[in-house]
Design a protein around this ligand. Sequence first.
Ligand code: PHE
Length: 341
Amino acid sequence: MLERLDRIEKEATRELEVARDDEALQAWKVKHLGRSAELGTIFDGLRELDKDERRAVGKRVNEVKTSLEAAYQARLERLRQEGLDRSLREERLDVSLPGRPLPRGRLHPANQMLRQILTVWSEMGFQIYRSREVETDDYNFGLLNMPPHHPARDMWDTFFTTDPGVVLRTHTSPGQIHVMRERAPETIRVVLPGMCYRYEQITSRAEIQFNQVEGLAVGRTITLSDLKGTLNAFARRIFGEQVRTRFRADHFPFTEPSGEMDIECFLCGGEGCSVCKGTGWLEILGCGMVHPTVLTNGGYDPNEFNGFAFGLGPERVAMLKHRIEDIRYFWTNDMRFLEQF
Ligand code: PHE
């Protein structure tokens, strides 16, 4: 019996030495340490031996079992270590390889321009104020000195909603009333950026949706020179120190007097080209002194207060700066266009 145990130990040890992978190791464990291993049958047969023999064999069975278990653990450990060494040796990591580039987003060109314009105005002391895109008829027209059926309403082709008296704003000017009603009788210096909507034929120069930046200043001693000086300072910051501007008389129901500001065409330097249609000038905004009726509607006494207002189109400015020929590019999401910015 004891010889049999010696043989088991020797054989098992030899077999263990040639087990090269996990699978072989597991098979070995089942064969030599598992339920139906030879060692187990000897253990079960102990009962039939006489007392002395039983003690000797029992001791030896336990010894063999412990030694095989220890050998198994050692072998397992060694195979693990070898595997690790091999993978360190063979699967080398090249840390000098360039990484995979992450896709990087960027701001839409309309937003880039909008932010640049807002930065300039805030540096010049104007607060940024947002107001709603869905307006009542009254805010969009009535309170801006255009009562129902006023012919000037035709200047803005309007999207009406199914709610009577509710429209998509055609310009950011209704925001003037919101700010004044909130601030009266404080003085005001704000810009109001945002999307406007017009029910228009879409062409290379006109879209049904576009941004505007409204400006409003209300105080006690504001003059037309303040308006011109402020807008000139703005133009120089956006287009450069050398830019020339000109003001032309115009008409808006909510300003008096009203005007438009042109900048000298920087493509042709004022000589006349296709972009400025041969005039040498490009129109970028409408402006004027706030009409007394509008001041009253905003909660200010026009005998004590006055102010100026303007509305400019950032997409127009972006088109001029980047020589974009067609305003429709802004909202068609063509990656070939967007990726240029
Ligand atoms: N709201 C006018 C427009 O959409 C622009 C404007 C704003 C004119 C403020 C004068 C003063 O055309």
